[in-house]
Design a protein around this ligand. Sequence first.
Ligand code: XMP
Length: 319
Amino acid sequence: DWTMAAFRDEAIAKVRAQVGDGRVICGLSGGVDSSVVAVLLHEAIGEQLTCIFVDHGLMRLNEAQEVVGLFRDHYNIPLVHVDAANTFIGALEGESDPETKRKTIGRLFIEVFEEEARKIGGAEFLAQGTLYPDVIESVSFTGGPSVTIKSHHNVGGLPERMNMKLVEPLRELFKDEVRALGRELGLPEAFVGRHPFPGPGLAIRCPGGVSKEKLDILRQADAIYLDEIRKAGLYDAIWQAFAVLLPVQTVGVMGDGRTYEFVCGLRAVTSVDGMTADFFHFDMEFLGRVSARIVNEVRGINRVVYDVTSKPPGTIEWE
Ligand code: XMP
């Protein structure tokens, strides 16, 4: 009989067998997947594990504090907090090609991990929360010829020259199974139920060029949108919801003045595994409320649109 408890014990045994007495570093992103990996590895190998939270400046509002709080305070798992916002945003500035953005972010992650590994006297292994759908989507489009849709930074985006071996205990799991494993490992329900968040973070929700100013605008709009979703009791009915800052400015009117500011796109989808998705059917009152709040409260946005594209043909993220 297959149970999550049995899977967990088996996964722990496999990690121990792979790693021996080597050192492992684990990149934490704040998402469910990397958190589950970190807690699983902590159980499996204890002090041989060093968790690294790379704050790339592409996190959502307050996310960095939440992650650091959960691991340091709640779990008491040692955590290295690297503030690399200037490095990442500096490298992305002026770059608008989606694949180049993803690859740049993937490369910088590895550079940071390698540097941190050196600081602790070397690590042979890098642990990642790669899931089964990440593996499939990075390799080929289901049913079609072999075409890369997106380089997931935790699969295809890794530079070959990386000199650490990968530990990927979730490689055979789908998201709902990862959540079940998280519960099995005692992660708080609020954490296990979080919407997925991509490794490249808000960079791929700012189509085109990224800047600190744009990221700040996007973070505020995104927080308002999720606040309203939670208040409406819809969070758990949605697979993923987020704001996108479009590289388009439009004319508006506020008070008795003309405005010329950015357009904010809202995305929300239902899905079972992220491989296919339907747009979420909000009622118009809800969307109107979110739009009014964003335009009133966020300087830099004067128009809001809702994305009604399913996957396929759209992907969930815009880049
Ligand atoms: P797409 O946009 O390809 O996304 O329909 C499917 C799911 O994968 C997430 N996603 C990523 N997760 N690293 C990740 O860890 C990535 O590079 C990445 N790109 C997309 C996306 O948020 C959605 O849940």
